[in-house]
Design a protein around this ligand. Structure first.
Ligand code: FES
Length: 362
């Protein structure tokens, strides 16, 4: 039984700023402060976000809406962003990124979690995470936002890409957005039309909203009338601002045939730019480790191969959990070949490969 109720923990959270300042300067250890706070309430932490499961609701055959209440450390979160959810599985901490489909007052949030074939973490959450359990969340990331000025808004979601767009749609309609909105949701099978009932209700209440589901399973056509994405699906949306969310190939396909404003968010890694590897010297400053590496693999893989355990989540350049400072040398973004060589620049280890000898603040 916690010594303090959660509402008091949330209320007290901002008052811990002197401890935060001391921990940030290295005069106190955050882990030790967390250990003391954790004795008063299992969710009390100096900076980390702990959240209690309030409810679970299946919104399609393979997608669960998970409702949680956070301690007082979730600041400035917006629907449409994504957070890491961390769980210990067999003594190992795992994290995956999920979209915030709702952010309400009082620290209540909702995540959309889709079952992944063979996905250890998602399957554990879907099958075993009970109401009342505590989980840890990372801070929210992501730049998707509702377009401010456009004749209308087109939302294109493939699979679980609907989770990022639904949160934005819910908020815009609740605020009274009255211009036309077209939502196209591409799903393999009819049973994957997530949030279908809610979207039907929204269409009844908001005549400016049109939702179409397009089936992309085996034998689906690729033409202007249905099936997988086709430029003809964008007819009637000229002058609209588009938001596309789904696998990288889907987002690239939409981007490739749209000349107007578009925000895209891909939740699978785009094709990596590979280059022949050459031997480089790696310096991990805080670990006091110097080692040989190569210029082909990510710094995350190479750090792990040398026995380091950098924090990480998605391993796809999305969640930012693996961000470290580049102290010297240059790195290449494996997704697009872009290079970074500014000392003090934050880089994501999972998608950065060294271009030559590098020093990292790890
Ligand atoms: S692990 Fe998520 S950005 Fe690197």
């Amino acid at each position: 039984m916690p010594l303090l109720p959660l509402f008091l923990v949330r209320w007290l959270a901002p008052l811990l700023w002197p401890l935060r300042a001391l921990a940030a300067r290295g005069w106190l250890r955050e882990a030790e402060i967390d250990a003391v706070l954790g004795c008063l309430h299992p969710a009390w932490r100096l900076n980390r976000v702990m959240a209690r499961v309030l409810g679970r609701e299946w919104v399609s055959d393979d997608l669960l809406a998970l409702r949680l209440r956070c301690n007082g450390n979730a600041h400035g979160w917006r629907a449409g962003q994504h957070v890491q959810l961390y769980l210990q599985l067999d003594g190992v901490r795992h994290g995956r990124s999920y979209s915030l489909t709702r952010v309400a007052s009082g620290g209540t949030v909702e995540l959309g979690i889709r079952r992944q074939p063979g996905g250890r973490l998602s399957n554990r959450i879907l099958d075993h995470l009970a109401v009342g359990a505590w989980v840890e969340l990372g801070q929210a990331e992501g730049e998707l936002h509702w377009p401010a000025r456009a004749e209308g808004v087109g939302l294109l979601a493939a699979g679980s890409g609907i989770t990022a767009l639904l949160g934005l749609l819910r908020e815009a309609l609740a605020r009274g957005y009255a211009a036309p909105v077209t939502l196209l949701h591409y799903v393999r099978e009819a049973g994957q039309r997530a949030y279908g009932e809610e979207l039907q209700q929204l269409m009844l209440r908001h005549p400016n909203l049109q939702v179409r589901w397009l089936l992309t399973g085996e034998g689906a056509p690729v033409d202007a009338h249905g099936g997988r994405f086709h430029p003809g699906h964008l007819l009637g949306m000229s002058g609209f601002a588009l938001l596309a969310c789904g696998p990288a190939g889907f987002v690239e396909a939409v981007r490739g045939c749209w000349g107007g404003a578009l925000q895209g968010e891909a939740f699978s890694p785009p094709r990596r730019v590979s280059e022949p590897g050459q031997a480089v010297r790696l310096g991990f400053a805080r670990s006091r480790l110097e080692a040989w590496g190569d210029s082909a693999r990510s710094l995350l893989e190479q750090a792990e191969a040398h026995g380091l355990r950098p924090a990480h989540g998605c391993r796809q350049g999305i969640c930012a959990s693996c961000t470290c400072l580049l102290l010297g040398g240059a790195v290449r973004d494996l997704r697009n070949g872009e290079t970074f060589a500014e000392p003090g620049q934050p880089i994501r280890l999972c998608i950065s490969a060294p271009l030559g000898d590098v020093h990292i603040d790890l």
